[in-house]
Design a protein around this ligand. Sequence first.
Ligand code: ATP
Length: 359
Amino acid sequence: RAQERTPGDRRYLDVWGVAKSFKGTRVMSGMNFRVDRGELVSLLGPSGCGKTTLLRIIAGLMEADEGSVVLGGRDISRFPAHRRNVSVVFQNYALFPHLTVAENVAFGLRARGTPKAEIAGPVAEALRLVRMESFAERPISALSGGQQQRVAVARALVVRPDLLLLDEPFSALDRKLRETMQVELKSLLRDRGITAIFVTHDQEEAMGVSDRIAVMNTGKIEQFADPSTLYARPASPFVMDFVGLSTRVSGRVTAAAGGMLQIESPYGSLRAAGDLPVGAQAMVGVRPELISVGQGENSLTVTLEDAMVLGSKTVLHGRAAEGDRILCELSGIRSGLARGESVTLGWEVADTLVYGGEA
Ligand code: ATP
């Protein structure tokens, strides 16, 4: 067991050097993506960034032009989908509406030629896992969205896949049900030690269900990290903007020493830990909930355009003199902040993000 913990052994899925073009247009190249055994990982990114393409290549539903897919030490790149032992839960669940719940779940086992006598047991177990055992004989058409999703998950798990892929599995559910299903599915996958990859464009969902998130942008992974690292230390402005709200202002580095930068912005001098040369353009960012009213190590003054009391938080929309919009989230209900008022907003150097280039 001790040996299993060495990094090389834990690596379970290894996508290496994958490239894909459609009609001569490259949508992905040099894609490297590795997942450890038992990890829950999300592919997160805007529409068209290549999430589904990568998922389909791993599933064997689409062939890569270059590169390889290794699962559990076996190169499965040339295996057809049905020989990979990878299950997919599709966005629309792709259930057979004219079959019963049990028949749907049995489908994968039948397709593999599992003897009839060995089907009922695993089907009942899979339905028990998703708490749908009392629905076994119902037609799919008589189920709610959340129940259909459970059946889709049972159908994917009944074949004991080496890897579970889920393409926007919660998108058809309303918000409350989505949150419930996320918690349920996550604990089910954890309990069974299943390695799974979710495709989503919803950052909260990705943060909620994953050990690590690969943030994708135009066919590339911009950052692959755990949710707190992604949020607190985004590797690029793209990741900063995609994962959570942020406020940013531009400036120029006027001093750099010991990993600390001084940046001259239109609103005065700001400080941040970073590695940029003196004279470089810099973009300074900060998360809205790390900004407070009053002086801080970094501060600037804004005119309030709105103070929205949302109950659990109050959101201030400020406009700085040069037109930059500054967003500040205060916890709880804050009254006495009026539109048109001039307020100083401050935050700590340690919470300040900085990137080279223009805002
Ligand atoms: P979404 O969130 O909208 O599903 P995505 O991140 O999953 O997007 P992909 O579906 O992987 O993105 O698409 C990546 C790129 O490849 C896009 O530019 C898309 O237009 C293109 N593409 C995907 N499938 C095909 C296809 N069959 N033929 C041509 N172009 C395609």
